[in-house]
Design a binder for this molecule. Structure first.
Ligand SMILES: C[S@@+](CC[C@H](N)C(=O)[O-])C[C@H]1O[C@@H](n2cnc3c(N)ncnc32)[C@H](O)[C@@H]1O
Length: 234
């Protein structure tokens, strides 16, 4: 399941290289701080125990790694992955104090990681940016240990017509906010387009099942503005 826009890797690289400096500010502004609640919800659902390890793909500035480290002991393994060097550098600067954190530059579609290595795999607002959803999910399955769990937090499809209408109107002004805060509207035009083109909840669930994940399901947050998909490698 390839994503057309995202096939152009240098374009996607450029999007994140344009926004990385003000990425966190823009996230807070665009979501009215909601992304923090969504991410905290993800961790509450994951409920890692002290000694469980994590690979976080499309780590960006490290929000999920940061939250995970607060829920686990400081010698559990955390690996942050991102293809964008600027994002990785920001993550490193922010979380450099974590002795158990490693960082790697690579794509979610081809992880430079051994099979059966992690208890948790997370991808938060990252799957939408990969060139191939199925390859990314196959890789997630490969690197998880038996008994490991996959979690994807991602923009999804709204199940209420009124909310959908309001959200679409709001989406139209996001590129303008982007131009004001980041100095360029194009990355945010890409954001809106990539959300519109992304698979719906049921389609993503089918991909998880087709890649061998068991007991898969999803939870809609805020009426489906975002969804958390999960599954087990058994
Ligand atoms: C919207 S940000 C999300 C960052 C962070 N996970 C969060 O929730 O705030 C998307 C991240 O995915 C990364 N990304 C882009 N293409 C990717 C790919 N093919 N595989 C993995 N990550 C990718 C980007 O560089 C960026 O850091």
């Amino acid at each position: 399941m390839t994503q057309n826009l995202q096939q152009n890797r240098s374009f996607v690289e450029n999007v994140f290289s344009t926004v990385f400096e003000r990425y966190d500010v823009m996230n807070d502004l665009m979501s009215f701080g909601m992304h923090r609640i969504w991410k905290q919800r993800l961790l509450n659902i994951m409920r890692p125990s002290d000694d469980q390890s994590l690979i976080d793909v499309g780590c960006g500035t490290g929000d999920i790694c940061d939250l995970f480290s607060k829920h686990t002991s400081n010698d559990t393994k955390i690996l942050a992955i991102d293809p964008n060097i600027n994002m990785i550098e920001k993550c490193k600067k922010r979380l450099g104090h974590l002795k158990n954190l490693d960082l790697k530059i690579c794509n979610g579609e081809k992880l430079k990681v051994k099979d059966n290595s992690f208890d948790f795999y997370t991808i938060s607002f990252g799957l939408r940016n990969t060139a191939d959803i199925e390859k990314t999910i196959s890789e997630a399955y490969r690197v998880l240990k038996k008994g490991g769990r996959f979690f994807c937090l991602e923009f999804s499809k709204i199940d209420n017509d009124n909310l959908d209408f309001i959200y679409k109107q709001y989406s139209r002004i996001i590129p303008r906010i982007g131009r004001y805060v980041v100095g360029d509207s194009k990355p945010y035009e890409y954001l809106i387009k990539s959300i519109e083109n992304f698979v719906n909840q049921e389609e993503l669930l089918e991909v998880l099942k087709s890649k061998n994940f068991k007991n898969c399901n999803y939870i809609n947050l805020n009426g489906g503005i975002v969804a958390i998909h999960y599954g087990w490698k058994i």
